[in-house]
Design a protein. Structure first.
Length: 162
């Protein structure tokens, strides 16, 4: 199955099922998608080899670990040359508390998602970034009060090329 291979409805069902339960046994996965176990496993291996499945992981309940705070930050750099973007992206990749980073088009350059132990930890981290040599021009923080909808998988049936 080449990376450009058009996925059929069974492939999409396999991927949709796996993104909700990456540890589902092959027998149950096959039953969920309407196949027998052997062809299901063959399809799964082809999807993995073709790069449709990048990795398997676990969703961690952060509240059980202890208190934490989630903060989004809008960042605009002073300079918009390649070096400014490269230096900034290298720096944020090295910060474990930045769990997501997106380069944006529009009114600001980056949207960062932080998960920190508390506001004081976030404040210290953001001050370190702002005072560093990253040429940050503007920096706005937005503290999450309560998550309303968490990521629960991509709408694969709506995203797959028809």
């Amino acid at each position: 199955m080449a990376r450009n291979h058009k996925l059929d409805r069974i492939d999409l069902r396999i991927l949709s099922t796996l993104q909700l339960d990456g540890r589902i046994p092959n027998v149950k996965l096959a039953d969920a998608v309407g196949l027998t176990p052997s062809p299901c496993l063959e399809r799964l291996k082809r999807l993995e080899q073709a790069g449709y499945i990048r990795r398997y992981g676990a969703e961690i309940d952060l509240a059980r670990l202890g208190e934490h705070v989630t903060v989004f930050a809008q960042v605009t750099l002073r300079g918009h040359g390649r070096d400014s973007f490269t230096r900034f992206e290298k720096a944020i990749r090295a910060v474990p508390e930045i769990v997501e980073a997106h380069k944006m088009g529009g009114g600001f350059d980056y949207l960062l998602k932080f998960v920190c132990a508390d506001i004081a930890s976030y404040q210290a981290l953001s001050e370190k970034l702002i005072q560093g040599r990253l040429a940050i021009g503007q920096y706005f923080s937005y503290v999450v009060i309560e998550p309303v909808k968490q990521f629960a998988g991509y709408p694969l049936d709506k995203l797959a090329k028809r």
